[in-house]
Design a protein. Structure first.
Lengths: 181, 391
C-alpha cells in the first residue's frame, strides 16, 4: 500500500484554494510572457464555457488605428492530479489563446514525468511553491482557440462586459456568470 | 437481420421525420412518458403498424409527464398504486385497458409491461408474474389477441452480471409458450456515457444470444453506441434515440422529483469513426489536425447546418441528433448486412480502427475528457473476443 506523504515531509499547500490565492496569474504572465504593457482583467470560475477555468485572464492593448488586441489565458489549478488538470486545461484551449495547468510545486514532479503530453497538447505547466515563487516548466506557444463558437461566445461576452460594446450576434443557451476577482 | 428502431420520447417528430425522409429506421418504440395518448392515436397508420408501445410501468406509482393521459396506467386506474391494493380486479382492468389500447392502435406487437426493481430482489419473478405477466396473458387470451406478444424485461446490471440470477431469468422467460420474444431494457448503475464494463457486456451478449438460441425474438431498447456490440449477438432490433435519456435508460426520469433545476447535458456530435459522442468544441480541435473532416464526421444533410459558423450549439437543437440518425443507421446497417463471424469481425475492425484514430488524435495533441475519449473501445474488443471464444 502506498504511504501517504506526511505533512512535514511535503511542504505544500493545504488546499487548492490556498494554492489559487498564492498564484498571481496576471503578474506571472505579464512578467514572464512579455505582456508587461498590456492591460489585464481577471475572473474566477467563469461558468457557461467549455469547462470552468479556475482563473481566466484577459489581456488587451490598443495598437495602431485603435485596433484592440485581446489575449485570453486560462488556468486550471490542481494541487496534485495533473492528468485531470491537463484534460480540463485542454478544454479551455477551445476558447483561450494560452491554457495552463498550475500545480503545487511539491507535487509537480508527477506531471514533469509526463511533460511531453503537455508539450504535445500545447498546455503550459507551472508550479507554485509555498512561498509564492512560480516555477515555469513549459510555456505554450500562442495558438488560436480551437472552437470558433466557444471563442466567439467568450469574446462577445468580454466585449460586452469589459468594453461596453453590443454583442455581434444573439446567442441561445448558457450565459457567462461573471465573478470578478 | 437486425432492425433499427427509434426510441421515441420528447421531440419524437425528429425520429419520425428521419425515418420517413431518410430511412434511418424500420419502426419506432412509443413511450407514454413523453407522448400523450391522443397524439399516439393520431400517428399515421403505417407508423403505428410498424411500431410497438412500451407502457412504461417501470414505476407504477409515478405519474410523470404524459403518463396520466393513459387511463390504464396503474397509478391512474388504482387511484395511487400500491402492491397491497393491486388486487386481481385492478390487475385485470389495467391489463384489459392496456391491451385494448395496443390493439386499437394496431401496433405490430403486444407488449406485456413489467415494473422496475432495484438490485436483485429474490422475489422479482414471482412479483412480476403475479402483478403483470399472468393478468396480461390471461386477458390477451380472453381478448383473442392475434399479434405476437413480447415481454418487456427491465433489469439492472446486477441481475445480468450474476450467473444464477441470469439463468433464472432465462428459464422464466422461455417458459411461456405464448410469449414470442422480449423487449429488453437494462438499467446500469453509475454508468458513464458509454457502457464499458466487460463484466456486464459479456453476460449481456450471452443473455441475448441464449434467448435467440431458444427461438425468441430479442428487441433491445434504450441503446447507446453499444448497439454495435449487441448486433454481434444477433438480436432482432436495437434502438436509436435523440436525447440521452432515450439512449441510456435511467429510472429517475420516471420518478417523482422535487422541483430541482436539472442541468442539460453539453451538446455532442456522434463521430462514427470514433464510435463516440464527442462534445462539440472538440470538433474544432479535430478539424485542425485532420486533413479532411469528412473522414471523421459523415457528410450528410444535417452536417451543413451544424457546422455553419453561426450555429448555436445546444443540446436541444435537432441537427446533431438528425445527423446521428443517418450516420449511426448507416453504420449499423453495414454491419447487419453481414452474418455470423463476418459480422463480429467487422465490429472488431471498426473498434480497432477507432482506437487507431484516437491514437492518431492523441499524437497530435488532442486531450479528450473521459466522456469524449475512446477508453471504452479497447474494453469492447476484449469483451467481444472473450464472448466469442466462450460462446
Amino acid at each position: 500500500m502506498a504511504k501517504k506523504p506526511l505533512k512535514n515531509q511535503i511542504n505544500g499547500f493545504e488546499s487548492e484554494e490556498e494554492l489559487g490565492r498564492a498564484f498571481k496569474a496576471s503578474a506571472a504572465i505579464k512578467r514572464k510572457m512579455l505582456y508587461r504593457d498590456w492591460r489585464s482583467w481577471e475572473a474566477r470560475e467563469l461558468q457557461g464555457l467549455f469547462g470552468v477555468p479556475d482563473h481566466l485572464l484577459v489581456l488587451w492593448k490598443t495598437c495602431g488605428r485603435g485596433r484592440r488586441l485581446v489575449r485570453i489565458v486560462s488556468f486550471e489549478i490542481k494541487r496534485e492530479k495533473w492528468k485531470r488538470a491537463l484534460i480540463q486545461a485542454y478544454r479551455y484551449s477551445a476558447f483561450s489563446d494560452y491554457s495552463f495547468v498550475v500545480m503545487d510545486h511539491s507535487y509537480v514532479h508527477r506531471a514533469l514525468g509526463a511533460i511531453e503530453e503537455f508539450k504535445r497538447a500545447n498546455i503550459g505547466l507551472l508550479s507554485v511553491a509555498k512561498k509564492g515563487r512560480v516555477h515555469w516548466h513549459f510555456i505554450p506557444v500562442l495558438r488560436k482557440p480551437y472552437s470558433e463558437s466557444a471563442k466567439h461566445f467568450l469574446r462577445d461576452a468580454i466585449r460586452r462586459h469589459l468594453f461596453g460594446k453590443p454583442t455581434r450576434r444573439k446567442r441561445e443557451g448558457p450565459t457567462i456568470k461573471w465573478s470578478v476577482l | 437481420m437486425t432492425s433499427i428502431l427509434h426510441q421515441l420520447g420528447h421531440r419524437y417528430q425528429w425520429s419520425l421525420e428521419s425515418i420517413v425522409e431518410q430511412q434511418t429506421g424500420d419502426g419506432v418504440i412509443i413511450g407514454p412518458r413523453y407522448i400523450e395518448r391522443t397524439k399516439v392515436q393520431a400517428l399515421q397508420a403505417n407508423i403505428r403498424q410498424s411500431a410497438f408501445f412500451d407502457p412504461q410501468f417501470f414505476l407504477p406509482q409515478s405519474s410523470q409527464g404524459k403518463l396520466p393521459t393513459y387511463t390504464f396506467f396503474p397509478q391512474v386506474i388504482a387511484g395511487g398504486f400500491s402492491t397491497t391494493e393491486w388486487n386481481d380486479d385492478l390487475q385485470l382492468r389495467c391489463s384489459e385497458a392496456c391491451i385494448l389500447f395496443q390493439q386499437e392502435c394496431d401496433f405490430k406487437y403486444l407488449i406485456i409491461p413489467l415494473r422496475f426493481f432495484e438490485g436483485m430482489p429474490s422475489d422479482f419473478i414471482e412479483k412480476q408474474e403475479r402483478h403483470f405477466v399472468n393478468p396480461f396473458l390471461e386477458t390477451a387470451m380472453r381478448l383473442h389477441v392475434t399479434k405476437p406478444i413480447l415481454l418487456q424485461l427491465i433489469v439492472t446490471d446486477q441481475m445480468i452480471r450474476e450467473d444464477q440470477y441470469r439463468t433464472d431469468l432465462l428459464n422464466w422467460i422461455t417458459s411461456y409458450p405464448g410469449i414470442q420474444g422480449i423487449y429488453l431494457i437494462y438499467h446500469v448503475h453509475n454508468r458513464r456515457k458509454q457502457i464499458d464494463d466487460i463484466d456486464f457486456i459479456i453476460p449481456l451478449l450471452g443473455f441475448c444470444a441464449s434467448l435467440k438460441a431458444a427461438g425468441m425474438k430479442v428487441f433491445v431498447g434504450y441503446c447507446n453506441t453499444e448497439a454495435l456490440l449487441l448486433v454481434a449477438a444477433g438480436v432482432d432490433a436495437v434502438t436509436m434515440g435523440a436525447y440521452e435519456n432515450l439512449r441510456m435508460f435511467n429510472v429517475t426520469a420516471f420518478s417523482e422529483r422535487e422541483d430541482t433545476v436539472i442541468r442539460g447535458p453539453n451538446a455532442r456530435v456522434y463521430i462514427p469513426k470514433l464510435l463516440q459522442w464527442v462534445e462539440y468544441p472538440y470538433v474544432g480541435a479535430i478539424r485542425r489536425v485532420v486533413s479532411n473532416i469528412d473522414d471523421y464526421i459523415e457528410d450528410n444533410d444535417h452536417r451543413v447546418a451544424m457546422f455553419s459558423p453561426t450555429y448555436n450549439w445546444h443540446f436541444t437543437k435537432p441537427d446533431p441528433y438528425m445527423h446521428y440518425f443517418v450516420a449511426f443507421s448507416r453504420q449499423l446497417r453495414r454491419l447487419c448486412n453481414l452474418n455470423g463471424d463476418a459480422r463480429i469481425d467487422a465490429i472488431l475492425a471498426e473498434c480497432t480502427q477507432a482506437i487507431s484514430e484516437y491514437d492518431r488524435l492523441y499524437q497530435e495533441g488532442i486531450v479528450f475528457d473521459t466522456d469524449s475519449a475512446g477508453t471504452h473501445i479497447s474494453r469492447w474488443i476484449t469483451a467481444l473476443n472473450l464472448w466469442r471464444r466462450n460462446r
